[in-house]
Design a protein around this ligand. Structure first.
Ligand code: SF4
Length: 505
């Protein structure tokens, strides 16, 4: 029951924030599961359908196992609306400090530790803060006696693809989105939502774009009842034009690129039309609660029957590959779009490890003992720490495009045979892959818990001080991947969307 003049306890907000972050680390919102299940049902592209199946199976497994949906457990973004009549029981902490304390508790929870991804001194040493603080908190003072909170754990891959433009007042916003979306590649792990902020000033448009992503997927309700406002008309227009691009799940080409378009707008200067577009990925994670002085928020767990029953069988055309014995002649047989099940040993490495490898090679010092990429594959990943008897925590691929600047060196100097990651490679990297007769394989971004179940052994090989960015050796069994760039340089992220764009037009 609501209290007239409530006193909100610091402890209640902190506990509610911690509980909410644990909750969203393993439960997708139901509206998102429903939208993804619908996309699965109607998908006609085999590669995209399989990617969506992996996302849905992963989602259910995470809900069952109470382990993170994705290895990137996000940067915490929190919208707090504080009623003008609210009193706090203590005044020694700011709202930002209370939210950060909740973040700290959630991310270091021993039952389900979440990956700490926040680095301080972003332009310099980029040192991990170890508890995922600080969060990004937006505070509004609103009428009333309650505290309303919308909290999200935003993935870095999707955040990195955000776009901002100052359009001319007469420019067409839908045309800008249509032109810009293909330039964002697949690093945002589509299908997902696009949050669009229009108007205000540059920074206001960005905050509106982010806040719009806190709303549930409801494009079908809008389609059914018809648009009444300018924003609603624009949502429908952008939804149609975006899906006609054929980008598809994981950028492999297909029917569904976006599950919904969200728009918030504000009055702006007569000379301006600021527009910010922020994508939300396969790890769409947000929840809402309110505090009225009666205690911490209670979040109801969903029912497992909310998830569709989807199974994946290895089809006849799926190849099992032994990474311990695979030869150059073998990989040259693989064609872009082929589905493989990987078995055997691979090494891992992502941004920090690559930078260090580059320094060691260029200085002539050579790689540390035990690190030998000859004839090996590297998996771009930064896993979550394991709990209980897990070999490794959720361990999905990170965006390969960020490793493009190191790839030619890796292929040239280390004897590396191929790479595993998510999203597309740039043109120069595709050329390098072709030149070295190497391959790039793609695992499904956002299917991290599912992928981790294929990892049977894990050990740190080098750079232990880098934490989740260390080089590990994984021993995998039937890890599903798709050949994204084959040894002839044929690139599934180009051919797939191009084919589906034509089909859809
Ligand atoms: S689903 Fe993709 S973009 Fe989203 S957090 Fe996971 S890896 Fe990052």
């Amino acid at each position: 029951m609501s209290i007239e003049q409530p006193i909100i306890k610091q402890a209640d907000l902190i506990e509610s924030i911690a509980d909410a972050l644990q909750y969203i680390s393993y439960y997708h919102p139901k509206d998102f599961v429903d939208a993804m299940a619908e996309a699965y049902e109607k998908e006609e592209s085999a590669a995209a359908k399989d990617a969506i199946a992996q996302i849905l199976i992963n989602s259910r497994m995470s809900a069952e196992g109470k382990r993170p949906l994705c290895q990137d457990t996000g940067i915490v973004t929190c919208f707090v609306k504080v009623g003008m009549g609210v009193q706090w029981d203590k005044t020694d902490m700011t709202v930002q400090q209370m939210v950060d304390e909740g973040v700290r508790r959630a991310y270091t929870n021993p039952d389900n530790p979440l990956r700490a991804s926040i680095v301080a001194d972003p332009a310099g040493s980029r040192k991990n803060t170890r508890d995922n603080t600080p969060s990004v908190v937006h505070i509004d003072m609103v009428p009333g006696n309650h505290v309303e909170v919308a909290i999200a754990a935003k993935g870095g891959g999707s955040e990195n693809k955000s776009k901002m433009v100052m359009l001319n007042p007469s420019d067409d916003i839908a045309a800008w989105v249509e032109k810009t979306l293909p330039t964002m590649g697949a690093g945002w792990c589509p299908p997902g939502m696009l949050g669009i902020g229009i108007g205000g000033t540059a920074e206001k448009a960005a905050v509106m774009a982010k806040e719009s992503l806190m709303d549930p997927v409801d494009i079908h309700e809008l389609q059914a009842r018809g648009a009444e406002t300018t924003e609603e008309k624009l949502r429908l227009e952008i939804f149609e034009r975006a899906n006609k691009l054929g980008i598809g799940a994981q950028g492999l080409g297909g029917l569904t690129t976006v599950l919904d378009i969200k728009i918030k707008s504000a009055p702006t200067h007569a000379a301006s039309k600021p527009v910010v577009m922020i994508p939300n990925c396969a790890a769409t994670r947000h929840v809402h609660f309110h505090l009225d002085g009666t205690g911490p928020a209670e979040l109801t767990p969903p029912s497992l029957s909310d998830w569709p029953e989807i199974t994946r069988e290895a089809g006849e055309d799926v190849r099992r590959v032994n990474l311990d014995t695979v030869t150059q002649a073998d990989i040259e047989q693989w064609k872009s779009g082929d589905v493989l099940l990987l078995n055997g040993k691979m090494l891992t490495g992502r941004d920090a490890a690559h930078k260090r490898i580059q320094t060691l090679i260029e200085s002539g010092e050579g790689l540390p003992e035990g690190v030998d990429f000859t004839g090996k594959f590297i998996y771009y990943v930064g896993p979550v720490d394991p709990v209980g008897n897990e070999v490794v925590g959720p361990a999905g691929p990170t965006t390969a495009t960020r490793m493009d600047k190191f790839t030619d060196l890796m292929l040239d100097k280390t004897g590396l045979m191929g790479m595993i990651g998510k999203a597309e490679r740039g043109p120069a990297t595709v050329e390098s892959i072709k030149k070295h007769k190497a391959v790039y394989l793609m695992a499904v971004g956002g299917a991290a818990y599912l992928v981790s179940k294929a990892i049977k052994k894990s050990r740190v090989v080098a750079f232990e001080d880098l934490g989740m960015e260390a080089i590990y050796e994984f021993d995998v069994q039937d890890m599903p991947v798709t050949v994204a760039v084959d040894s002839d340089g044929v690139n599934a992220h180009e051919t797939g969307p191009a084919m589906w764009k034509v089909k859809l037009s």
